[in-house]
Design a protein around this ligand. Structure first.
Ligand code: AMP
Ligand code: ZN
Length: 461
């Protein structure tokens, strides 16, 4: 059975096969780093990570490119309002550059905490200004750009199928009104380059053939994906909100410059929802990964929660659902650590799991197969080896898990702390006595690089 993926362009499930033999090109729109990522954003990256892992499971090597938007994304998608970076700068009193640095680092922390595979390449918009200028110049040479008072705009009326990805009725969107010279001509036209306002000094601005200013939001993805994956690659991903504007505009630009629609497959993750509506960076209910860990939730429990819903359905977030995900993950870990190594995976279950993930990443059903294995009467070592295969896709790091301190009874924790103090005081006799004492209580203590680690004896063996 082939890998089947849902393609937003064709609105169908299609069998996947790569354009080139040597690698699958995967481009994922990354964060705008004027604030922390919220867990809704992170849901989209979990979906993309699972996609990558499933591609690897199918034997493909993946060239995964993720951009960092550190300039030019305006508060409104309609090219009006402030640049999000400059706005963030005013909010916090830091420079736009410092903000980009800080939130990029915070984003990478979240990325690692969720066990997302490191992209082959991160690329920042501000490191690719020259490429964006070249791209715009080519669009202009091909006759798709015009100048207004505040920037260089893309003329969407020049493409009959503009907005096809979103099934936009471009004719219906055109205002049909007479526009004054110097204004944007059609409702769907968008900025390729914005001029720095004459009266204010921007922190991020560059010289260009059209004047000093900064790139529009969409051009970075067209320019950087073409640079690193070529103008025709395999899969382009993002959240569902990108279909109508950002991705439609990326396609318009790349068609005008290279004659391709960037990617063979367009894939979109659906939203994480709150009772009040979608979770958004500008909304009040802004839940970060740190909000969850502050409540004692493991980031991987949030990952588990994401896996429990199909990426093409909305996921309603609640603390109850998250607690249930944490409880399920805990149960899974406790079962897993009991199973010895050295077995071989069970082919029948591995095939069942493959069938589910290959069917447009049906992770909820793949998790059901996982629980069937946990409850099965397969030998314990077989269960472990089988679940190890699954975890290459699930990314729950089951093999790395160790009982955490919170699960250690208070009297044992006291003995362990005493031993740590004895070691610090180089009182080796006392430390050894306490090690023996812990052993008789059923706990083994190991001294690792980052301090001592406690394991329950029956689980350590
Ligand atoms: P941004 O940093 O705002 O550019 O968004 C980063 C990614 O998160 C994009 O792929 C968005 O489509 C996606 N996204 C935004 N809000 C949500 C949400 N509530 N649920 C899932 N994905 C989202
Ligand atoms: Zn993008």
């Amino acid at each position: 059975m082939p890998l089947v993926l849902y393609d937003t362009w064709s609105r169908t499930l299609r069998a996947f096969s790569p354009i080139r033999a040597d690698h699958v090109g995967l481009y994922c729109c990354g964060p705008t780093v004027y604030d922390h990522a919220h867990i809704g954003n992170l849901r989209t990256y979990v979906f993309e990570d699972v996609l990558r892992r499933v591609l690897v499971l199918n034997g493909y090597s993946v060239r995964h490119v993720v951009n960092i938007t550190d300039v030019g994304h305006l508060v409104s998608d309609a090219d009006e309002g402030e640049d999000k970076m400059e706005k963030g700068s005013r909010r916090t009193g830091e420079s736009a550059w410092a903000i980009a640095e800080r939130y990029t680092a915070a984003f990478m922390n979240d990325w690692r905490a969720l066990n997302l595979l490191e992209p082959t390449l991160w690329c920042r918009a501000t490191d690719h200004i020259a490429e964006q200028i070249d791209f715009i110049a080519e669009i202009e040479r091909n006759g798709y750009a015009y100048r207004t008072a505040d920037g260089i705009y893309f003329d969407t009326s020049k493409q009959d199928d503009y907005g096809f990805l979103a099934r936009l009725d471009a004719a219906g969107l055109q205002p049909g009104k007479r526009v004054a010279p110097g204004e944007k001509r059609h409702a769907t036209d968008f900025a390729l380059w914005k001029f720095s306002p004459p009266d204010t000094e921007r922190q991020m601005e560059w010289d260009s053939p059209w004047g000093r200013g900064f790139p529009g939001w969409h051009i970075e993805c067209s320019a950087m994906s073409a640079k690193y994956l070529g103008p025709w690659f395999d899969i382009h991903c993002g959240g569902e909100d990108h279909v109508a504007v950002h991705h439609s505009n990326e396609i318009a630009q790349t068609l005008a410059c290279h004659g391709t629609r960037l990617a063979n497959f367009w894939m979109h993750g659906h939203f994480l929802m709150l009772d009040a509506g979608k979770m958004s960076k500008s909304g009040g209910d802004f839940v970060r990964l740190a909000t969850l860990t502050g409540r004692g939730i493991d980031p991987l429990a949030y990952r588990y929660l994401c896996l429990s819903a199909h990426y093409r359905s909305n996921l309603r977030f609640s603390m109850e659902a998250l607690d249930a995900a944490q409880a399920a993950l805990d149960r899974l870990r406790r079962a897993y650590v009991q199973w010895p190594e050295g077995g071989a995976p069970d082919d029948v279950y591995v095939d069942r799991f493959r069938l589910e993930v290959d069917q447009d990443l049906n992770l909820p059903r793949a998790l059901a197969v996982l629980w069937d294995v946990v409850r099965s009467d397969l030998p314990a070592a077989t269960r472990r080896a089988t679940v190890d295969c699954f975890d290459a896709v699930l990314g729950l790091r089951l093999a790395d898990w160790k009982e955490d301190v919170a699960a250690i009874p208070a009297d044992i924790a006291r003995l362990a702390a005493e031993r740590e103090r004895a070691r610090a005081a180089r009182d080796w006799n006392a430390a050894d006595r306490l090690r023996d004492r812990l052993k008789t209580e059923g706990w083994q203590v190991e001294d690792g690089a980052s301090g001592q680690v406690l394991r329950r004896l029956d689980k350590a063996q």
